[in-house]
Ligand binder design. Structure first.
Ligand SMILES: *Cc1c(COP(=O)(O)O)cnc(C)c1O
Length: 238
């Protein structure tokens, strides 16, 4: 990896960290915020640089295939999350390798994660993905279904429900984003109130490059940032 590239990632990372601190100072809820790097299309050596040299604490991949292709390089470093839509038939190949599946949005998927986890002798952490903008083409359960869904997941052995994840609709302004994040935070508070198990730390994963400050101000405990750290994504042509 060349020095210029390292310097760009370092500077970007520092700017994101400063913005996270500033947003934390403004918010009402207390507590820590974890920066998860959304690393789709980013080569493993750049991710390793961010982990080892910059202190990046968590990584999220979208696709199972890409997750697996970087797994040998990234294993035993920081927690590795799956943040993209997950098909039931691909669950088996990542259980035991993935620390958290943030995109759990159906009972069928949850049952498959649980079944494969029990087979592998592990417990897999999951987040309930909420479709907070009620967008037709988006994954996630509807806001009004979320608490009941989370309660059902809590009954399943082999998974642990840590909290909620959402992808807000694309908005023009921070205030527009905040409306969606505020709604998600309200559901998260109810989730915490209803929660029957307290085995693991709770997570509210929301906010991306264009919205992580708004998300933190509205109570996010984890933000998923990609292009603000690694630059614009260049997708390989097939
Ligand atoms: C790509 C991605 C992100 C980060 O997006 P950026 O705009 O690059 O910060 C966050 N969450 C999910 C689920 C993603 O796929």
């Amino acid at each position: 990896m060349d020095k210029l590239r390292e310097q760009i990632i370092r500077e970007n990372y520092e700017i994101v960290m400063e913005k996270i601190e500033a947003a934390k100072a403004k918010r009402n809820a207390g507590g820590e915020v974890t920066l998860l790097a959304a690393t789709k299309t980013v080569p493993a050596e750049e991710i390793l640089f961010a982990i080892n040299e910059l202190g990046l604490p968590a990584v999220g991949e979208n696709k199972v295939q890409e997750f697996l292709s970087k797994y040998d390089a990234l294993r035993d470093t920081v927690p590795l999350h799956l943040i993209g839509h997950l098909q039931t038939n691909k669950v088996k190949s990542i259980v035991g390798k993935v620390d958290m599946i943030q995109s759990c949005d159906s009972l069928r998927l949850a049952n498959e994660i649980a079944k494969r986890s029990l087979e592998a002798g592990v417990t897999t952490k999951v987040l309930c993905e909420v479709n907070i903008g009620r967008e037709e083409n988006k994954s996630g359960v509807l806001p009004e279904e979320c608490l009941e869904f989370a309660a059902m997941l809590e009954e399943i052995e082999g998974i642990e429900v840590a909290g909620l994840m959402t992808m807000a609709p694309v908005c023009e302004t921070a205030d527009e984003y905040k409306k969606y994040f505020e709604k998600t935070y309200a559901i998260y508070l109810d989730f915490l109130r209803n929660k029957r198990h307290n085995k693991i730390e709770s997570v509210l994963s929301m906010g991306m490059s264009d919205s992580f400050e708004a998300a933190i101000e509205e109570g996010a405990t984890m933000v998923r940032v990609g292009s603000s750290i690694f630059g614009r994504r260049i997708y390989p042509t097939k």
